[in-house]
Design a protein. Structure first.
Lengths: 74, 200
């Protein structure tokens, strides 16, 4: 079985999007970028009420991440 | 983005729509401020300035509190509908902080989002706290780490998400940053940004 996912290409595409998005945020009024961002973040916030892990499972997950750090920072 | 800088160095983001996440963070920092100083670091700094992503935790450092002050703070926090995820025993929470561990604060009944809170511990944390920037929008006021420290710190953490945050902050603020300060933090943290277009 062959996985045709190019991690570096994906990373560069994501960085290109971040740069484009930053340029857009610079150009438009605060009301515009922040309305779009609020829609995304508020949806995420609402959905977090249905978070599947219990308190102890969540803390266990973070302890495991610290042992194998990708990152633990928000 | 229209950002107004006041003579005292504070940053005003007029017209920003307040998110539920902003309200959550403000409700906790509002309590912390009554007891000690704090500074927000890491991902939420980029999110405050428009980065299009969610986060499950918001990182902040606080100044040291003695046990009695911490117990009063905890009581206030619990009374206002928050709790510590790590333990229901506030003495244990205080011991964790004194051991330089992070503790997590969430709204009762929720796991995420949560505030990951630590005592400040090293020169970088002390710098972030002493030179914290005040950010204001709507009726909210936060203290955040200087961007010149956040970009190198994010490069230092080094995950894809962290590097994207660093690039985002650089693209947004590159003309207004103190280049010497940014360069000095990059040298001290031994990180380079050229490969990401962060050239100082």
């Amino acid at each position: 079985m062959e996985l045709r996912f190019n991690r570096e290409k994906n990373r560069q595409e994501r960085l290109a999007f971040v740069r484009r998005h930053a340029l857009w945020v610079r150009e438009v009024p605060n009301e515009v970028w922040s309305r779009e961002q609020a829609d995304l973040i508020d949806a995420f916030f609402e959905n977090a009420e249905n978070f599947a892990l219990s308190r102890s499972e969540y803390l266990r997950m973070h302890r495991a991440r610290r042992r194998h750090p990708e990152t633990v920072h928000g | 983005m229209r950002i107004a800088s006041a003579p005292d160095g504070s940053i005003q983001i007029d017209g920003k729509v307040v998110t539920a996440l902003d309200r959550f963070v403000a409700s906790v920092t509002g309590i912390i401020e009554q007891y000690t100083r704090y500074v927000i670091i890491s991902g939420y700094v980029a999110i405050l300035f428009g980065r299009a992503r969610g986060t499950e935790d918001i990182d902040l450092y606080i100044d040291y509190m003695d046990r009695d002050t911490f117990m009063s703070f905890s009581k206030d926090l619990l009374e206002q509908g928050f709790y510590f995820l790590n333990s229901d025993d506030t003495s244990e929470i205080y011991s964790m902080l004194c051991d330089r561990l992070a503790v997590r604060i969430a709204k009762a009944g929720r796991i995420i989002p949560n505030i990951e809170m630590k005592f400040k511990k090293d020169d970088f944390d002390r710098y972030a706290m002493s030179r914290a920037k005040r950010v204001q929008f709507d009726d909210i006021r936060f203290f955040i780490s200087p961007i010149e420290l956040q970009i190198p710190y994010k490069l230092y953490l080094g995950s894809d998400k962290d590097i994207e945050d660093a690039v985002y902050l650089w693209m947004l603020f590159r003309e207004t940053l103190d280049g010497d300060l940014l360069r000095s933090f990059m040298e001290r943290l031994q990180v380079r940004g050229e490969q990401y277009g962060i050239e100082v």
